[in-house]
Structures are given as C-alpha cells and as structure tokens.
Design a protein around this ligand. Structure first.
Ligand SMILES: [Cu+2]
Length: 113
C-alpha cells in the first residue's frame, strides 16, 4: 500500500511539473477583420515562448498559450499593441494605429466598415 501511495505521489508531482510552464492569457484585442486576425496572431506568436494563439473576430477575445518560463503576459500584450491593436488596459500608440490599413481601423470616427 505504501508503494502505491508513493507511486501516486510521484505521478502527481510529475504532472504538476509538466504543466507548470504552460499558461493561458485571455484578454481582448480590438480589430475588425481577417487581416486583423492575421496581424494579431502573428504579433503574439512573435513572442518567444508563445505556443498557440487564437483571436475571435466577433468577440475580440484573444487567447494565448505560452510557456511562462520564456514569455510574460506583458510582453505578449505589448507585441499586439505594437502591431496597432488595443488590448485590455493597454492602448496602441497613434503611430502604430495609423500604420493599419483603412479596413482595419477599429476606433470610432475612423471610418472602417
Ligand atoms: Cu483588419
């Protein structure tokens, strides 16, 4: 019985270690269309340690899986903001925003769709 518990404990600890590195960041990123999606995804993926990125055009929800030993949520958000897309609590600079094609301008009063 003692061996069983020891084995179970070792198994649990191993699983915890294996999962420790992977984190999920969920935030919102502003955008309109398929090219926004590409741009946002590409920006987030450019951060070292990011393993998976998903962005939903209609809900604006950005989900990023990353290895927290390499990537930090702030760095991921900054990469997206630098590409011109506002995220929760962080705005793109006017310069970065102005770089966006007209169809991708998501701020009010900028035309867009
Ligand atoms: Cu767009």
């Amino acid at each position: 019985m003692r061996t069983f518990f020891a084995t179970a404990l070792v198994a649990m600890v191993s699983v915890t270690i294996a999962m420790a590195g992977e984190q999920t960041l969920t935030t919102k990123a502003q955008g309109n269309c398929g090219s926004c999606k590409k741009r946002i995804t590409k920006a987030a993926k450019s951060v070292d340690g990011v393993t998976d990125v998903a962005w939903d055009k209609s809900t604006k929800v950005l989900t990023v899986k990353y290895d927290d030993a390499k990537a930090k949520p702030e760095a991921i958000k900054k990469a997206v903001v630098d590409a011109g897309h506002d995220v929760e609590n962080l705005k793109a600079t006017t310069e970065a925003y102005d770089e966006l094609p007209d169809c991708c301008k998501y701020r009010d009063g900028d035309g867009g769709h």
